[in-house]
Design a protein around this ligand. Structure first.
Ligand SMILES: [Zn+2]
Length: 510
């Protein structure tokens, strides 16, 4: 006879138990009660290695269950208190691998077990629930990984919904077109992807997802023989969108002529070691901008697939992060390539006309006629007489760090405290340095350039002098032969030497 009625007055803790007017002692009554209505596990579901195991119970917890539970535990009956139980996961040797106390309430009930190391193995386990009377509920289950860890970039169709979880997941956002997402794991029917802010979500597998590197074509055109500020800014913004999973774009400074000094961060922002790479500090050395942009693109594109000396790029750039400034002096590059035509400010145009003397392509300074590589504080104005005179090259500026480009660079150094800096200049196929370093040896080995030591006492306001004083390793490779601006026909020769400079430097500092 299961027609048992348990009532409680709710405040005086007086129990009235009836069973069709037939006498039963309370112990036996409760045994019968829980014996027939124990909280059997209905279902055990392994969701993923990230979300864990879900245990579901076979029926809804009722008011009677709560009453009986309170009575059995000699607790005051509180209608909304729920039933507190213990759940454990054991292996077949009855070794408890995980356990927790949890409370279930009226309605459908389930609990989620996060997976610890011991449960993260293929095998058969048992789940046990105890605490509701003298009975326990047990069930056996076997699982193997649903999700396998992968490390790839995934191109996803526009507006593909991204879920917070597979199980009961809500849509957290929609994927955008022509963006690559970091795909960390895949399972049957699902991918787990990571956003650039570090959060993760799930997308359903379908034919509109590509894990291929070739899903996006080239951004930087290496056949463009006059790679301009406009080309560079268009490309770097495009790359920051496509490769949002590995690259982040920022603006270091706005120049006197209202152009932007872009800085791309490549790799893990939290990496302990940071390296700065910059080029085109001198206006006429713009071939290097194209070179450095292509180096950056190559690393983004093959981030998850290419290796350097046996180590995946993604592992290299996890520990070493790059800050890349492909065009340090955009105003100057405009002058070298287009003369007065692209200068927006009238007063700057007057300066350039006065000092350019019609030979704009050889311009080296910024649009204010300041040589940025003489504008740093260490050895400021200790150069030749030219250091005090505004012009297309050699002028130190009115005071140290007077220029926005220089000031922004010093701020970056103070903020990220780089381990090393590579100053890309042109031309001569030599490497300048003051102190020997592993960085110098690496760049020499990769390029085959001759090394030229500069004396520390001969400081003249250059960036190298500033870095030497700060104790930061640096070297200045002067790419190409002849004098800048060089013929674009030299691009491929230099590309072969520098193409994997970033992963090589990362490997060195890892
Ligand atoms: Zn230079």
């Amino acid at each position: 006879d299961t027609d048992i009625n348990i009532q409680h007055d709710g405040c005086l803790n007086v129990w009235k138990i009836t069973n069709g007017n037939r006498y039963l002692d309370t112990g036996r009554l409760l045994s019968e009660y829980f014996g027939t209505k124990q909280l059997l596990l209905r279902e055990i579901q392994f969701i993923s290695e990230f979300e864990g195991i879900v245990l579901r119970f076979m029926y809804e917890v009722s008011e009677d269950d709560l009453l009986a539970y309170a009575f059995y535990n000699k607790k005051e009956y509180i209608p909304d208190a729920g039933i507190t139980l213990n759940a454990t996961i054991q292996n077949l040797d009855s070794e408890v691998l995980a356990g927790k106390e949890f409370t279930i309430y009226k309605g459908d009930s389930e609990i989620i077990f996060g997976l610890n190391k011991k449960i993260k193995k293929k095998g058969t386990y048992s789940a046990e629930i105890s605490g509701a009377g003298p009975y326990t509920s047990k069930a056996e289950f076997t699982f193997q990984y649903i999700f396998n860890s992968i490390n790839k970039g995934a191109f996803i169709k526009n507006k593909t919904p991204v879920y917070s979880g597979i199980y009961n997941g809500s849509i957290i956002k929609n994927a955008k077109a022509k963006r690559r997402y970091h795909c960390v794991a895949k399972g049957s029917g699902w991918y787990r992807i990571k956003f650039s802010d570090g959060t993760t979500g799930y997308i359903k597998k379908n034919n509109n997802i590509s894990l291929s590197d070739s899903a996006i074509g080239n951004v930087v055109n290496i056949y463009d023989s006059k790679y301009s500020y406009a080309d560079m800014s268009r490309d770097i913004k495009k790359m920051a969108k496509i490769y949002q999973d590995v690259m982040e774009l920022s603006v270091l400074a706005s120049t006197a002529d209202n152009n932007k000094v872009y800085c791309a961060r490549l790799g893990n922002a939290g990496a302990k070691k940071k390296i700065i790479i910059h080029s085109a500090m001198h206006a006429r050395e713009w071939l290097n901008s194209q070179l450095v942009m292509k180096m950056l693109e190559r690393c983004c594109k093959y981030y998850y697939s290419e290796k350097y000396n046996g180590v995946l790029y993604s592992n290299l750039f996890k520990n070493v992060c790059f800050y890349i400034i492909p065009m340090f002096n955009p105003d100057g590059v405009n002058i070298s390539q287009y003369g007065l035509a692209k200068i927006k400010s009238k007063s700057l145009r007057n300066i350039v006309r006065r000092f350019g003397k019609g030979r704009y392509s050889r311009w080296k300074a910024n649009a204010r006629g300041v040589d940025l590589n003489r504008n740093f504080s260490v050895g400021f104005r200790k150069d030749t007489a030219r250091g005090t005179k505004r012009g297309s090259e050699g002028y130190s500026g009115p005071y140290a760090c007077s220029e926005r480009e220089t000031k922004a660079f010093v701020n970056l150094v103070n903020r990220i405290k780089p381990k090393a800096v590579i100053n890309y200049h042109e031309a001569g196929r030599v490497i300048y340095y003051t102190r020997s370093s592993a960085l110098l040896n690496l760049v020499r080995q990769k390029t085959g350039y001759r090394t030229v030591r500069e004396s520390i006492s001969g400081a003249n306001g250059s960036l190298g002098d500033y870095l030497t004083r700060k104790g930061i390793a640096w070297c200045t490779p002067e790419t190409c032969s002849g004098t800048a601006p060089v013929s674009h026909s030299q691009f491929y020769y230099e590309w072969r030497k520098h193409r994997d400079m970033l992963p090589a430097v990362a490997k060195l500092y890892r």
